[in-house]
Design a protein around this ligand. Structure first.
Ligand code: PLP
Length: 392
């Protein structure tokens, strides 16, 4: 049954939970960095599945792996061994240099798991997170998330969490003590405004954790899988975290999450955590294909080169609305002096889909397969919307 645009919108509006603020587009197809709506209009996609589409839409290698595995075996809980899971665990560990990995199904689950593991391993309860940090929406991950509007309706949250300013080593040093199980950080804060962590801050955080017996959790849910120009963003700074949270593009867009588990955490006690879907062969096969594609096509290098070019071009835009342009690899943001919503709408009208990060940052997370010519069109569209009158 083929639905028209208005039929789809009417049905979703009637039956949706109501949790999401929707844009008036019915997206029905994707290819690489392009999306099409039900009326056949084409868009350059800088939403990139909110970071889940690093490999591009309808990636042929991932699609083929999913189809083959779906016809072979979809479910297989971790009470059994499985060949696809074994190969993926080995691959993730060899790529990251970590000895072990836990597989789950989303970003928030990977954070939730890392927080539990940190408490389990240290026997301590305190978790230090950062202001403007975003880590997900389940109760533990939400407790680590900063934004008040996500937290307040659900209080009381998990006890033991506190937040310190990001990129402020002194504040972190004052907060970490003998009750701290873990410090959780993003290498580049994504939802919080595309704010890169400074090298000395991130390395200093690692030292503080080591000296005080706390564990370091790096949340790479958004920055992972070549987004910032390295396979993992912690590799920019030669960090040695105890846990690394992964999700979004780990399986080429299929739901999956993972926690890389470092030496200091060791092998976790049986039955202390688990997941029915975690490590299912379908997601593992998709992830193996996704990683093979990233490696073969050198997407990390592509992200570094195209990202540097794109950021440079965005910086040339002259507009009184721009406060700052920042980013790492193809994770780019423009902080405006005003709210971004009208500018996102104006970009959409020009065929460019982008994201907000907080209220005032325009965020671009294009698939890493995007062509430079498309990024040039994005720059031109951004230049135009930031220099035209907009009705708020
Ligand atoms: C850094 C970070 N951590 C965790 C999450 C939560 O991931 P998910 O939406 O898959 O639960 C996100 C989602 O945007 C994120 O950006």
């Amino acid at each position: 049954m083929i639905l028209t645009t208005s039929q789809t919108q009417a049905i979703e509006d009637q039956y949706t939970s109501g949790l999401y603020t929707k844009r008036p587009l019915v997206i029905v197809r994707g290819q690489g960095a392009h999306l099409w709506d039900a009326d056949g209009n084409e868009y350059i996609d800088c939403v990139g599945g909110q970071g889940a589409a690093n490999l591009g839409h309808a990636n042929p290698l991932v699609a083929e792996a999913i189809a083959q595995q779906a016809a072979t075996l979809i479910s297989c809980p971790e009470m059994f061994y499985n060949d696809r899971r074994a190969l993926l665990e080995q691959k993730l560990c060899s790529l990251s240099g970590f000895p072990r990995v836990f597989l789950c199904n989303s970003g928030t689950e990977s954070v939730e798991a890392a927080l539990k593991f940190a408490r389990l391993v240290t026997g301590r309860t305190g978790i230090i997170a950062t202001m403007r940090g975003f880590h997900g929406r389940t109760m533990g991950a939400l407790s680590a998330t900063w934004e008040k509007k996500y937290r307040e309706p659900f209080e009381p949250l998990v006890p033991g969490f506190s937040h310190v300013p990001y990129n402020n080593l002194e504040a972190l040093a004052n907060a970490v003590n003998e009750t701290t199980a873990a410090v959780i950080l993003e290498v580049v804060q994504g939802e919080g405004g595309v704010t890169p962590g400074q090298a000395e801050y991130l390395r200093g955080a690692e030292t503080i954790c080591h000296e005080r017996g706390a564990l370091l959790i790096i949340d790479e849910v958004q920055t992972g899988f070549a987004r910032t120009g390295r396979l993992f963003a912690f590799q920019h700074h030669n960090l040695h975290p105890d846990f690394v949270c992964l999700a979004k593009s780990i399986a080429g867009g299929l739901p999956m999450g993972a926690v890389l588990i470092g030496e200091r955490a060791g092998k976790l006690a049986p039955q202390t955590h688990g997941s029915t879907f975690g490590g299912n062969p379908l997601a593992c096969a998709a992830s193996l294909a996704a990683i093979a594609y990233i490696e073969t096509n050198q997407l990390a290098q592509r992200s570094a080169e195209l990202g540097a070019w794109f950021l440079g071009q965005l910086k040339t835009i002259q507009s009184p609305l721009i406060r700052e342009v920042r980013g790492l690899g193809l994770m780019c943001g423009i902080e405006l002096r005003q709210k971004v919503t009208p500018y996102l709408q104006a970009l959409m009208a020009k065929g460019v889909l982008a994201l907000p990060a907080g209220l005032t940052v325009l965020r671009f997370l294009p698939p890493l397969v995007i062509e430079q010519s498309d990024l040039a069109k994005v720059v031109q569209a951004v230049n135009e919307v930031l220099n035209q009158p907009i009705n708020d």
